[in-house]
Design a protein around this ligand. Structure first.
Ligand SMILES: Cc1cc2nc3c(=O)[nH]c(=O)nc-3n(C[C@H](O)[C@H](O)[C@H](O)COP(=O)(O)OP(=O)(O)OC[C@H]3O[C@@H](n4cnc5c(N)ncnc54)[C@H](O)[C@@H]3O)c2cc1C
Length: 376
């Protein structure tokens, strides 16, 4: 039986957030920053989050030129502009909360490798730079072909490099640990190892059941709840059609020398790589086996990991040798809209979705919008 104290002060909160990834933590921080007297609890199912936030590549990025052109074509100029603005503002929020040290931020810029057939993106650079001038007050995308030689890429494969001085890179483990500590410092009760099995809404109360081997039942109650479980949202709301998508990442052992630093997109964003000290991290390739990668299973797809090794050798390292340290997977949640959305699938229970494949920045702004809804 739970004690009176446990029931009144731990199981009961004003707001409960389910999911302790970057979105859940950011939402909790925004709630406490706006209203310090609120009691806020986060329920995360594992001792470390198991989704995307601790598994990603650590690109602190507003997006590559080709991604933004494709986004504009599909969703329109205004939506693309808003996407960039929200990503950029969210990155600034992360910086304000944690500082550069709190996420081991490094600023070498972002680069996009263009092959011969991708050179047509040049025609958009001036227009996109003009559009984004309102946010950045200077040109964002710059053609820098001289970097092909400087970075020792194969000039047969790489015909130009688009440089973006606003992109940076972080250590995702350090960032998530610091964000959890920052949330705790604000008074958020972050509970790890708390797997939610069901949520039900009554008139003025939301009840949340957590798996617990010691008691028959652990029921948390609150006035409002926010479900930030990303790709796992359909476990609670089957009507939400978010697509769980697996991403692979490979990191090498340290290399004797590395001619570049920064974050890099290649093949229209199908592949991405960066330096981590003297190592290289490379990810992507899910377009090669789309069907199999629509999954929440954290298992290796050998075809994709082999392709990543091949890309690393041919495109990134210009045929130099490397040793693999680790290969891992993370699960993204893809939603069809360009901008994330916040819905209320059950009374007083909210869900935020659509941070997609580049969520480190935008989670801050979405968390803030979600906090505003919860406070209404
Ligand atoms: C391989 C990969 C590379 C990426 N690279 C980048 C990058 O470089 N830059 C970038 O900006 N973005 C990147 N992303 C995307 C980014 O990581 C995501 O957009 C972001 O982390 C989403 O955060 P989230 O909090 O919404 O979801 P998640 O991090 O998935 O968090 C959801 C949490 O909910 C928890 N949960 C699920 N079910 C339950 C339950 N029943 N009870 C309690 N808790 C539950 C999970 O354990 C998980 O911790 C990448 C993603 C992947 C997978």
């Amino acid at each position: 039986m739970y004690s009176f104290w446990e029931r009144e002060s731990i199981l009961k909160s004003d707001i409960v957030i389910i999911g302790g990834g970057i979105l859940g933590l950011s939402t909790a921080c925004s709630l406490k920053e706006k209203n310090p007297s609120l009691t806020v609890t986060i329920l995360e199912r594992n001792i470390v989050p198991i989704g995307a936030s601790t598994k990603n590549a650590g690109f602190a990025s507003i997006g590559s030129l080709t991604e933004l052109i494709a986004s504009e074509k599909k969703f329109g100029t205004e939506a693309m502009f808003q996407l960039v603005e929200k990503r950029w503002r969210g990155l600034a929020m992360l910086d304000k909360r944690l500082g550069e040290q709190g996420m081991k931020y490094e600023h070498f810029g972002g680069f996009e490798l263009l092959s011969e057939r991708e050179l047509s993106v040049h025609q958009h650079i001036e227009r996109i730079n003009k559009l984004l001038f309102d946010i950045f007050n200077m040109d964002v995308f710059n053609s820098t072909p001289s970097k092909i030689q400087q970075f020792d890429f194969n000039p047969e494969l790489v015909k130009d490099i688009i440089f973006n001085p606003f992109d940076g890179q972080i250590d995702v483990g350090v960032m998530m640990r610091s964000l959890s500590q920052y949330a705790s410092m604000l008074g958020v009760n972050v509970l790890y190892g708390a797997k939610v099995t069901s949520i039900w809404s009554e008139k003025d109360r939301v009840s949340i059941e957590v798996e617990n081997p010691f008691y028959l039942q652990s029921i948390f109650t609150c006035s409002k709840a926010a479900v930030c479980t990303n790709a796992f949202l359909p476990n609670f709301f089957p009507e939400i059609k978010i697509t769980p998508t697996r991403g692979h990442i490979l990191i090498t052992e340290p290399l004797a020398e590395l001619p570049f630093q920064g974050i890099f997109y290649s093949d229209g964003g199908n592949y991405y790589f960066r330096n981590v000290g003297n190592r290289i991290l490379i990810g992507g390739g899910r377009h090669l086996d789309k069907e199999s990668e629509i999954t929440t299973e954290l298992q290796e797809n050998k075809f994709i990991s082999t392709t990543l090794k091949h890309k690393l050798r041919t495109v990134v390292l210009n045929d130099k040798n490397f040793l693999v340290d680790t290969i891992w997977q993370g699960i993204m949640g893809f939603y069809e809209t360009q901008l994330p959305i916040i819905s209320e699938p059950r009374t007083n229970t909210f869900a935020a979705l659509g941070c997609n494949g580049l969520g480190l920045g935008i989670s801050g702004t979405v968390g803030e919008e979600l906090a505003d809804k919860l406070l209404q």
